[in-house]
Write a protein that binds this ligand. Structure first.
Ligand code: 6PG
Length: 471
């Protein structure tokens, strides 16, 4: 009898759901699976010989497989599919049952769903999961948010399936409401910016220095052995080595230069704007994906503004080292921007985030895992209320060491005529942030001039207005 025996149910047997389910089963948790697509249910059934898993052909039978009070995780695309699954589930659920949305849901949707479900006596956790297919199968980074008692119910399961770094599980309770999905959203914003920075290094080395795919692979591989060590650098090295089976050429050179997106980077930018926290490097990473889509216009503009790329005149190895250093400094700036959004959101939305914990659970399993996160973690451990990572000695020392190379790389990109907006905005953010004086006094004066918006003075407290046209 399989009835009401399974510790957890999984809805959505696509790449992420299926692999997460198998991961749970590997750790000895009996799991029941369900998907609207009968093909996926059938495919899962074939696994049941090797694992303690069962699938059901309809939602009622599926619910019947799960032990009470039920815990049901869903891994379906963000947006309407999440609401549709919840609507299908609700008639079959009872007081005290728990729904876990482990997809990339927008945090405001999570707040609404949490409110709605709590009113119906159903517990709800919004959980960010990072690591793609491989992570889901063998250990993702897991970012849970919602009522803490609901988290405690599934804590042993989540700790078992999460990635481990020196035995430490990459999961921790992050905070109430949509804290988990907010943290995952910012994770993705950082992911977008680091990916774009890597794409800009590729452009500088390919079109600027004329490096071959083999040479590129070697550079990224070398970087991955040092302070730039991280998953995205590692896979970039591998990408340049991959041969296309159909053409026999390097696959990277056969791929269209148009980048898609599902919206999490855009949400990070929108949310940061709402919180009035500047994250220009993440904004530009989103913008460059948007720009990549206008391929026909780019071709036409390329003819109108034709400007041949002059061969790079300096020493190649010296410039490659500078690019690596610039990347390291820019990555720190990107993390600083992302963590600043988290700090502001924690105050505004009362998440009470512990940023050391966030850095800790990002060290393994997730897409942005990188050696740099050890420094980020130490920075928050040493100063829990740190207003910006750039103020932490653990990181500022590295930015100071590399900032001149960041400047040289930005200058070289400008001279070569190659687009490097993420490097440029990382430098601009750094220069803005380290400016004890900014020309914002002029902005105040202009606002007061045309709109009588008033201004503040250095020498006297209060607000002032001047009739600028008089005298
Ligand atoms: C992760 C990834 C994952 C997904 C991205 C892709 O952490 O595992 O971020 O969530 O691959 O959402 O996002 P885009 O389609 O927007 O690039």
């Amino acid at each position: 009898m399989e009835t009401e025996r399974h510790e957890i149910g999984m809805i959505g047997l696509g790449v992420m759901g299926r692999n997460m389910l198998l991961n749970m089963a590997d750790h000895g948790f009996p799991v029941a699976g369900y998907d609207k697509d009968p093909g996926k249910v059938e495919a899962l059934q074939k696994e049941s010989a090797e694992h303690d898993i069962h699938s059901a052909a309809n939602i009622k039978d599926f619910i019947g497989l799960i032990r009470r009070p039920r815990a049901i995780m869903m891994l379906v695309p963000a947006g309407p599919p999440v609401d549709s699954v919840i609507a299908d589930l609700l008639p079959h659920l009872e007081n005290g049952d728990l729904i876990i949305d482990a997809g990339n849901s927008y945090f405001k949707d999570t707040n609404l769903r949490a409110r709605n479900l709590t009113g119906k006596g159903i517990q709800f956790l919004g959980v960010g999961v990072s690591g793609g297919e491989e992570g889901a199968r063998h250990g993702p980074s897991i970012m849970p948010g919602g009522p803490e008692e609901a988290y405690q119910r599934v804590r042993p399961l989540l700790e078992a399936v999460a990635a481990k770094v020196n035995g430490d599980a990459c999961v921790a309770y992050l905070g109430p409401g949509s804290a988990g999905h907010f943290v995952k959203m910012v994770h993705n914003g950082i992911e977008y910016a680091v990916m774009q920075l890597l794409a800009e290094t590729y452009d500088l080395m390919k079109r600027g220095l004329g490096l071959s795919d083999d040479e590129l692979r070697e550079v990224y591989d070398t970087w991955n052995q040092g302070e730039l060590n991280g998953y995205l650098v590692e896979i970039t090295a591998r990408i340049f080595g991959k041969v296309d089976e159909s053409s026999g050429k390097r696959l990277i050179d056969e791929i269209l230069d148009v980048a898609k997106q599902k919206g999490t980077g855009m949400w990070t930018s929108q949310s940061a704007m709402e919180l009035q926290v500047p994250i220009p490097t993440i904004d530009l990473a989103v913008a460059m994906r948007d720009l990549s889509v206008f391929e026909k216009q780019r071709e036409t503009a390329g003819e109108i503004f034709n400007r041949p790329i002059a061969p790079f005149a300096g020493d190649r190895q010296t410039f490659l080292d500078k690019i690596g250093h610039a990347l390291h400094a820019a990555m720190i700036v990107v993390y600083a921007q992302g963590m600043a959004v988290l700090a502001a959101a924690s105050d505004k939305y009362e998440y009470r985030l512990d940023l050391e914990t966030v850095a800790r659970i990002w060290r393994g399993g997730c897409i942005i895992r990188a050696a740099l996160l050890d420094d980020v973690r130490m920075a928050y451990r040493n100063q829990p209320g740190l207003p910006n990572l750039l103020l932490a000695p653990e990181l500022s020392i590295k930015v100071i060491a590399h900032q001149e190379d960041l400047r040289r790389v930005v200058c070289a990109a400008i001279e070569l005529g190659l687009p490097a907006p993420c490097f440029m905005t990382a430098l601009a953010y750094l220069d803005g942030y380290r400016s004890a004086w900014l020309p914002a006094n002029l902005i105040q004066a202009q606002r007061d001039y045309f709109g009588a918006h008033s201004y503040e003075r250095i020498d006297v407290k209060g607000t002032f207005h001047t009739d600028w046209t008089k005298g």
